[in-house]
Design a protein around this ligand. Structure first.
Ligand code: COI
Length: 355
């Protein structure tokens, strides 16, 4: 399918819900924009590309994704510049990652033009939903799931690919308190930890619930074999500032190749800050905490952007982290990303796309 052959039928809503949204008090994930993009995979082809009013789907109770979990998604964001134009951040990287997840879960590849044309058409139609309030953005949720009405265990022959969007504010109301998980795991070598498949998130809910009952907001995931190495935190990649260096676990079979993560790494390298992408042991971080040397620990992801931790808990001890200073790397990189995404900073990396 080439760009010339991507035909998208557009059915506009007659009842916009835009006026019902309180843009000054946006809560993550609560408001969904007026339209959604849908493509259906049938007979080996993506077809019936359409933009329709956001609404319910009608699905068979035997829908394969509901039983065996062939379901993958992405999270990305759009922003407004001062002229009111809509800017997309690193959308091509999300498209590539979705296709990597698709490959691992035996799902079809999505052609670039289906993804990008569907996305840009949708954003043009719902441009009014992109917030311009500081700290806010339009969260974009592309996802694909298996639709065969069949409960034999096999890769489905049919799929839906959908994109809908949601104006959002900040993800965490306050810096999260995170606990190093020493029993449950998020991912194991040879598994699906590097993909954004729905099951990874389902499996994280129970350990996160237990941590919440103990007064923590999220977990730090460790390796499946020894719980000795740090992998991710909650739904985010994890990063540390130690001895003036940016440390982050290297991307592997068990960690997500996060787009915010790799953007922070690229910016740090551009600023001449030493970056180490490697195995990071729990012991190294706990020793640094005990010695009062850990400058910062933070989660990085599309939803949170950068989320500095208030506390790291390990073996029943809470280690508080210092407050983030105005001139710290964490603060500077956060502001730089915001300025880049809202067009106030020159796009030297070529990450932004005007819709
Ligand atoms: C993201 O930050 O991109 C995520 O995937 C988090 C989402 C599950 C809310």
């Amino acid at each position: 399918m080439t760009a010339d052959t991507v035909q998208i039928e557009v059915q506009q809503t007659t009842q916009s819900r835009l006026q019902e949204v309180d843009f000054d008090n946006l809560v993550f994930g609560r408001n969904i924009s007026d339209h959604m993009f849908i493509a259906e995979y049938k007979n080996g082809q993506w077809q019936d590309l359409r933009i329709v009013p956001y609404g319910d789907l009608s699905l068979s109770p035997a829908t394969a994704a509901l039983h065996y979990g062939q379901a993958i998604f992405e999270g990305m964001k759009a922003y407004k510049n001062e002229a009111g134009e809509v800017l997309l951040f690193r959308a091509i990287d999300n498209w590539k990652r979705l296709n990597k997840s698709a490959e691992r879960l035996c799902m079809p590849q999505i052609p670039e033009d289906v993804f990008m044309n569907g996305l840009t058409e949708l954003l043009r139609l719902d441009a009014g939903w992109v917030p311009s309030q500081p700290g806010c953005s339009l969260y974009i949720r592309p996802y694909m799931f298996a639709t065969d009405p069949y409960i034999g265990v096999k890769a489905s022959d049919s799929y839906y690919f959908i994109i809908f969007t949601s104006p959002v504010g900040t993800y965490y109301a306050k810096p999260p308190r995170v606990k190093v998980e020493q029993h449950f795991i998020r991912a194991a070598e040879g598994g699906v930890g590097a993909t954004k498949c729905a099951g990874n998130y389902a499996g994280s809910l129970y350990p996160a619930k237990l941590a919440q009952q103990e007064g923590y907001d999220q977990l730090i995931w460790t390796d499946a074999r020894d719980h000795a190495y740090i992998e991710e935190s909650g739904t985010m990649n994890i990063m540390f500032m130690l001895d003036g260096k940016l440390l982050t676990p290297h991307v592997s079979e068990t960690t997500l190749d996060g787009i915010t993560r790799k953007s922070i790494v690229a910016i740090a390298e551009h600023w001449g800050i030493p970056v180490e992408e490697r195995r990071i042991s729990v012991a190294e971080i706990i020793d640094a905490l005990k010695a009062g040397k850990l400058e910062a620990a933070f989660g990085a992801g599309t939803a949170v952007v950068i989320s500095p931790f208030a506390t790291i808990a390990y073996e029943g001890v809470d280690y508080p982290l210092p407050e983030i200073k105005e001139d710290s790397f964490v603060n500077k990189v956060k502001n730089y990303l915001t300025d880049l995404r809202t067009g106030k900073q020159e796009d030297i990396f070529g990450w932004m796309l005007k819709v």
